[in-house]
Unconditional design. Structure first.
Length: 304
């Protein structure tokens, strides 16, 4: 989750961003947000303010400080929206129904379906794994999409899944991620999808050490362990941040809910030189067939 209070239309005031709990350079969600802010800065020459927090209780204070400084911001909460009705805020991964808030949500389950297809087809053991971070609806939804995609491609596939905790600390514990990944490998898993923030790094490292395959999340994590990372579920948080800052400056920013899935290219799977040898032509054909079915509405991943 993050927040942004975009500038007044045509204003060159520096925008602001409050990162989700964890490191800015996490090679995942926060770093994607940073990349979008950097793109805005490179194109406009306008710097931006940023705040990293160590716990969620700091979020409102951080937002309030940025807004008082006149910062156009990304990543909101209801308290800040009420306290500063003139501010325009953007929150990612949560819906806040306020007249000065834009909520950006992703249909991650659609991308998860595709990486599930790839995981199942890449598996030689017939057993794949899912490692989610905090036990919350978004993590469960991603896991369901992944499992549905895997079974769509290989109906007999076995799936083992875990979450790493019940608090936000579940996203920042790579040792726990490695421990749970090794446990899954001991049970026959040879491809593991880690949707767990920094915790996922532990799973990716464990996969490399064990000679198994892993799937990254949010940003393209293929380059972290070439030959180990089968693919990454991309979530274009960078575009959300860039679009918020740009639209605010242009005077086109609007409150409300924006939802992004495969059709809007808000989610996807990553292909590059680092994983090209791991993904066969047959796997790509199957994944692209699933994409077409989802976009056409014939497959609806992780529906209630």
């Amino acid at each position: 989750m993050m927040a942004a209070a975009p500038a007044v239309a045509g204003d060159d005031a520096a925008p602001g961003i409050v990162y989700a709990q964890g490191a800015k350079f996490d090679k995942s969600f926060n770093e994607a947000a940073y990349t979008g802010a950097e793109r805005f800065k490179a194109e406009t020459g306008i710097a931006y303010h940023e705040v990293e927090i160590t716990n969620d209780s700091q979020r409102v204070q951080a937002l309030s400080t940025l807004i008082r400084r006149g910062a156009p911001v990304v990543g909101a909460v209801e308290t800040a929206a009420d306290r500063f009705p003139e501010a325009r805020l953007v929150i990612i991964d949560t819906v806040v129904d306020k007249p000065n808030v834009q909520s950006v949500v992703y249909r991650e389950q659609e991308g998860a379906f595709l990486v599930g297809v790839l995981a199942a087809m890449a598996s030689k053991s017939g057993t794949i794994g899912y490692l989610g971070g905090m036990d919350i609806p978004i993590i469960r939804r991603i896991g369901r999409g992944y499992m549905e995609g895997a079974r769509w491609a290989v109906p007999a596939i076995a799936i083992i899944d875990n979450v790493t905790g019940t608090t936000p600390a579940a996203f920042v514990d790579p040792a726990r991620g490695a421990e749970l990944a090794r446990s899954q490998f001991d049970r026959g898993v040879d491809v593991i999808f880690a949707a767990a923030g920094i915790t996922g790094f532990g799973a990716l490292q464990a996969a490399k050490d064990a000679g198994r395959l892993a799937i990254g999340m949010d940003s393209n994590q293929n380059p972290l362990f070439p030959g180990t990372v089968l693919t990454s579920l991309l979530k274009r948080v960078d575009d959300a941040v860039y679009d918020a800052f740009t639209a605010a400056r242009a005077g086109t920013w609007q409150p409300g809910v924006r939802s992004f899935g495969l059709a809007e290219r808000g989610v996807d799977y990553a292909m590059d030189d680092n994983n090209a040898a791991l993904v066969t032509a047959e796997m790509l054909v199957k994944a692209e067939a699933a994409r077409a079915e989802i976009i056409a509405g014939r497959i609806r991943p992780a529906e209630p």
